[in-house]
Design a protein. Structure first.
Length: 435
């Protein structure tokens, strides 16, 4: 371990930095909080030069700082404490008598605390325990923050108290510059709001602007919404599949397109969920996200999918992987504009892809809603798909309120009987002969 002091720039005064070399690829530089006239700095000795009282005191302060850092390093490093730029900054702050930050002042530390407490947090259903999907979202959020710290803050930790509207604006611009989707940026902003509000409840210093944090979202163009129409589903049924895993995934995919549930609910269905009421077979389940109990009638097409037995359980990641293979074999390769990401937490890439490549578990619920729109009353569809408002539902399938209006006109045209034609008078000549 080596320590030396350096200056940068020629301004008067200029900052004095401490440079710590702690091994291979472990070199860190931080401001000491001290300044000096560059003309009074000995570049070869890496120390102040001169005999004035101020210079002597400065030299002693820097020597004491070096001794302090060395002593803490020799204590921390053997115990496995990671030596980083943040560690170095903490030692400088301690030496200068600044208030020591507690871990929970640091954004990433508080996010981890929130994740650790997930089983005890209240969810959207007013019950204890965040869903697995919510926890995964928070983990991705933390990873994105770590990338931001590395890219913009030179690995310096972000403090919760520094998160304000100006910070969010810069963060949004960084995310858009990296290619993240509008919806993912919006989720990050919502996570900032959640974390800061929770931190405030725990007496962590936060910005007074937290209440003004507004999320953002994008409305997808219809061509960006991926669905499988009935012809494509028919091609999937007819596809020759040789692997059992793909045959099983096909069952889940086709069933999902006919019952309209989120993948988390779909893949947890078993034969125990199938009931019969008044001679009609239904699937009854409690939706994870909403907590609603829903009953979905099994259409003849769904019963056909299940005639050879119920599909066996598979993971969401495997399902997403296998249905791409299924669709590729079925020839679902229409050029499709979409956003995809190669790895979790990575920015989306928008381009034209063969359709099978952009199919994912979302296609089940969206296909159901799209294909049955106009054939089943919208409120019934919304009850099955668990959309809270008609606006959300129409946006989900790429429709507008005008589409809904036209649908209603067609519906009323079927209900209103056509007016009977008015009777017409005819003049009938008397063709009889006079007697």
């Amino acid at each position: 371990m080596k320590i030396k002091f350096i200056i940068q720039g020629k301004n008067d005064p200029t900052n004095i930095y401490v440079f710590l070399s702690a091994g291979y690829r472990k070199e860190f530089k931080r401001k000491t909080g001290k300044t000096i006239n560059p003309k009074k700095w000995d570049v070869e000795e890496n120390a102040p030069k001169g005999r004035t009282e101020d210079i002597k005191n400065l030299r002693v302060d820097l020597e004491d700082l070096a001794i302090f850092i060395t002593r803490v390093f020799n204590k921390d490093e053997p115990t496995g404490i990671e030596i980083t730029g943040n560690w170095l900054q903490s030692q400088i702050d301690l030496f200068n008598g600044k208030t020591t930050l507690i871990d929970l002042d640091i954004l990433t530390a508080y996010i981890q605390k929130y994740i650790d407490e997930a089983p005890y947090k209240q969810n959207a259903k007013k019950e204890l325990g965040l869903s697995n999907g919510r926890v995964q979202n928070l983990k991705l959020f933390k990873n994105t923050i770590l990338k931001y710290e590395k890219d913009v803050f030179k690995e310096k930790s972000i403090l919760i108290k520094d998160i304000n509207l100006q910070f969010l604006e810069k963060y949004k611009m960084w995310m858009f510059g990296k290619g993240y989707s509008t919806n993912y940026v919006g989720k990050n902003i919502a996570n900032f709001r959640t974390i800061c509000r929770d931190a405030f409840k725990n007496d962590i210093e936060t910005s007074i602007q937290v209440k003004n944090f507004k999320g953002i979202s994008e409305s997808r163009e219809p061509e960006d919404i991926i669905t499988l129409n009935e012809y494509e589903q028919d091609d999937i049924k007819k596809a020759v599949l040789l692997r059992e895993a793909l045959i099983n995934a096909r069952k889940w995919l086709l069933l999902g397109c006919l019952i309209g549930q989120r993948a988390g609910d779909l893949l947890n269905i078993t034969e125990k969920n199938i009931k019969e009421i008044a001679g009609v077979k239904i699937i009854e389940l409690k939706q994870q996200k909403t907590g609603k109990l829903v009953a979905i009638p099994l259409l003849p097409e769904a019963l056909e999918v299940l005639k050879d037995g119920f599909p066996y359980k598979t993971s969401l990641s495997r399902f997403n992987e296998y249905i791409k293979d299924v669709c590729q074999i079925a020839g679902i390769d229409k050029p499709t504009k979409a956003r995809i990401k190669e790895k979790k937490g990575q920015p989306h890439k928008k381009d034209i892809f063969p359709k099978w490549q952009v199919v994912s578990s979302h296609v089940c619920r969206r296909s159901f809603a799209t294909n049955f729109y106009g054939r089943i009353p919208t409120p019934i569809l919304m009850n099955i798909t668990a959309h809270g408002t008609e606006r959300m539902f129409l946006s989900y399938i790429g429709k507008t309120t005008y589409d809904n209006a036209f649908q209603m006109v067609e519906y009323f045209n079927k209900l209103v009987p056509k007016p009977k034609e008015a009777p017409t008078m005819e003049v009938i000549r008397n063709t009889g002969t006079k007697k």
